[in-house]
Design a protein around this ligand. Structure first.
Ligand code: BGC
Length: 343
């Protein structure tokens, strides 16, 4: 596996790892960021294009143009489209993306843009890369080599997020190397497009400092917020047990202080690096007591907005849905908690 690049060598990575703060600060002093990043309120098109090829998690890839029209009319300005590209390729070394899948994704992106929404697309659920970064890095690189040119002539309200939630073995210099690979490959065909980077440990807000500080004005950072996890994911089947016997509830003085402290951590990092930062995922499972859940969504959304941090709810019609596809209705309480009118 290669671990060095012209622009950002492994030695530089190591130096930054030893003195992360200094590394990020020096970039802040030299860069004059100007990305067109006018996102405020976003929703994740979850469980549609990032479920595994053999499974249907409910969305089944069936995002319709009406969904984007509805999302826009409600007041969202942006959609995040998670995509499991890695399940739709041929063998290495080319890892050719299946043309039918690529066309399907393109149609969905076109439809979102046609509804005047900003669109971010990513590589989502590339679990093999998290387990075996060195072995899977060529595939990761091959994916961006194919995705990026496909959208090279698209308007600048399409953004690329390098990878959802780096985790497990994809940490430290390996994680930074994967960011560096994505930026370098994307920049060959998309010189100015916004590229979004989320740090290690599932892009937790505490790990923002693990992001690379590339000499590139159009890099935006992201983080996810599901805290406290034993609250937001209470009895969620896809997470590990370690849950209290009874729901812990949310909203006491300490809970609110913790949320404010998290926001302060994010804004301090934003000041340090002088780049936009946004909340790419937040949400709470429907197993929770309804009022607790709404209180948490409203509090997180309000605190982010008060600090001018754009947010993206997980998710539109699945997992923690704000829209009920069966009844064809928005969830009125979630809509209110997000600060939108119910009409
Ligand atoms: C995952 C989803 C999951 C959500 C909430 C996302 O990052 O991709 O599969 O439902 O987090 O746990």
């Amino acid at each position: 596996m290669r671990l060095s690049k012209k622009s950002f060598t492994s030695t530089a990575i190591a130096a930054c790892l030893i003195a992360l703060t200094g590394c990020a600060t020096s970039t802040a002093q030299t860069s004059t960021p100007t990305p067109k990043f006018d996102m405020k309120r976003c929703v994740n098109m979850g469980n549609s294009l990032e479920n595994s090829k053999s499974q249907n998690w409910g969305g089944g890839g069936n995002i319709a143009p009406e969904d984007f029209a509805r999302i826009k009319a409600k007041g969202f300005d942006t959609v995040r489209i998670p995509i499991r590209w890695n399940d739709y390729t041929g063998p290495g070394p080319d890892y050719k993306i299946e043309p039918a899948f690529a066309d399907h994704v393109k149609g969905i992106v076109d439809s979102a843009l046609a509804n005047d929404l900003n669109v971010m697309l990513n590589i989502h659920h590339f679990h093999e890369l998290m387990e075996d970064p060195a072995g899977e890095m060529p595939k990761f690189e091959a994916l961006w080599k194919q995705i990026a040119p496909q959208f090279a002539d698209y308007p600048d309200d399409l953004w690329f997020e390098f990878l959802n939630e780096p985790s497990k073995e994809l940490t430290g210099d390996l994680m930074q190397y994967s960011q560096e690979v994505a930026v370098e490959v994307i920049r060959k065909t998309n010189p100015d497009r916004v590229i979004i980077l989320g740090g290690e440990f599932w892009s937790n807000f505490r790990q923002l400092e693990t992001n690379i500080a590339p000499p590139d004005d159009n890099i935006v950072y992201t983080f996810h917020y599901y805290e406290p996890f034993d609250f937001t994911h209470y009895l969620a089947e896809w997470t590990k047990p370690n849950m209290p016997d009874t729901p812990r509830g949310w909203g006491n003085k300490q809970d609110r202080a913790d949320l404010k402290a998290a926001v302060a951590t994010v804004t301090a990092y934003r000041d340090q690096v002088s780049r936009p930062i946004f909340l790419g995922e937040f949400g709470a499972y429907t197993s929770l007591e309804h009022d607790d859940r709404m209180r948490w969504i409203k509090a997180v959304r309000s605190e982010m907005e008060a600090a001018d941090i754009p947010w993206c709810l997980w998710a539109y019609a699945n997992t923690f849905p704000v829209y009920d596809a069966k009844s064809g209705r928005w969830d009125a309480d979630t809509v209110s908690a997000l600060g939108f009118p119910n009409d």
